[in-house]
Design a protein around this ligand. Structure first.
Ligand code: GYE
Length: 343
């Protein structure tokens, strides 16, 4: 008898420990596999179930994008959203999407870390009749019926804007040997943001034989990687005139390296900086003249995604692509945007 109660006490303890572990794991997001709380779904069948696969949390932009989609697809707005973070790994995204398919969600919203490699998993979603909405970045697939729509930015246009700004800025400036030495910090290789911004910029740089692109290097959209790469490039190249940095987080890393090397940036500085995203911290630097120009990329895409879902729910047709609105910020026009910027 005594022995029995000893065993049941031990079993209860084990169960409690397991439960605490599972609960803590879920809360901290340690388990990648998203779970649907079936009870809550069936308790309110009017909720639209959406599986969201975010690609990571590499930048300020990304956090704002995550907040936007979570806010828009809230319970109050009629959604039951399940979220997973792929930590910049395509495999994790594929796993998350497969999970959503097997759990039979109503919609899948995902931000693909890179463009290639989605044919199989998207075919599985299509066969399961689950509409897929691409947010932020897009995919490269031969059959575009594998997704319903793409809500995001015109990344190529952003690259063109950067090139055009530089073109007019350099018009009345002279450089040693008449060449402008440029380095480019690129985002995650093969991602829409990297491809679009690079292609757009090159469309303009192609017309300028005097623009000498010393190096284009992948710094994965992160501050740490950019700091490392910029420090390396500063040792290698005696004179860098322009930095094109494909997001603000990388710009911050590069500025750290310039400062360490005693090099000034921005208006009247040694290096002209063209950045992308336009988050609050970077816009402050534009205002202070440390960054010359910031090409906005708008992460507030949740409302657009929600609108698309509501349309689909009503049986309406949707466009294949929705672009968010974006501007170009320099010291001259940044003040107002800076005051309003939430991220
Ligand atoms: O510019 C960068 C982020 O895909 C547009 O991804 C997005 C980019 C954004 O990490 O900061």
């Amino acid at each position: 008898m005594k022995r029995n109660s000893y065993y049941s006490l031990i079993s209860i303890l084990i169960i409690v420990i397991l439960l605490v572990f599972i609960f803590a794991g879920e809360t901290l997001g340690l388990f990648l596999t998203p779970t649907i709380d079936n009870e809550s779904v069936s308790a309110d069948e009017n909720l639209i179930t959406v599986g969201i696969s975010q690609l990571g949390s590499e930048s300020v932009w990304r956090s704002a994008n995550t907040e936007s989609i979570q806010k828009s697809l809230s319970r109050e707005n009629g959604y039951f959203a399940i979220f997973s973070n792929a930590r910049q790994k395509q495999d994790n995204q594929i796993k998350a999407i497969r999970n959503y398919i097997s759990q039979g969600v109503d919609y899948i919203v995902f931000s693909p870390v890179m463009e290639d490699g989605w044919e199989s998993v998207l075919t599985e979603a299509k066969e399961a009749k689950i509409p897929v909405i691409l947010m932020d970045r897009t995919v490269n697939v031969s059959d575009d019926t594998l997704y319903v729509t793409h809500v995001g930015s015109d990344m190529k246009e952003e690259g063109i804007k950067a090139g055009k700004w530089l073109e007019s800025y350099l018009k009345n400036r002279t450089f040693e040997d008449d060449t402008v030495n440029i380095v480019i910090l690129k985002g995650t290789r093969g991602s829409t943001a990297e491809i679009g911004r690079s292609n757009g910029f090159h469309e303009i740089s192609r017309n300028h034989p005097e623009w000498k692109i010393l190096e284009e290097v992948d710094a994965d959209f992160t501050t740490a990687k950019a700091r490392e790469e910029m420090t390396r490039m500063l040792r290698k190249y005696p004179r860098i005139d322009v930095l094109i940095s494909q997001n603000d987080d990388m710009t911050f890393g590069a500025i750290d390296s310039f400062r360490q090397a005693g090099i000034t940036t921005g208006i009247n500085g040694d290096v002209t900086i063209v950045s992308f995203d336009a988050c609050h911290e970077a816009l402050t630097m534009v205002y202070n003249g440390v960054i010359n120009v910031d090409i906005e990329c708008n992460p507030i895409q949740g409302e657009y995604v929600s609108e698309v879902i509501k349309k689909l729910e009503n049986g309406e047709t949707v466009d294949k692509e929705y672009f968010v609105e974006e501007q170009v910020f320099t010291k001259e026009n940044v003040k107002e945007a800076l005051e309003k910027r939430q991220y």
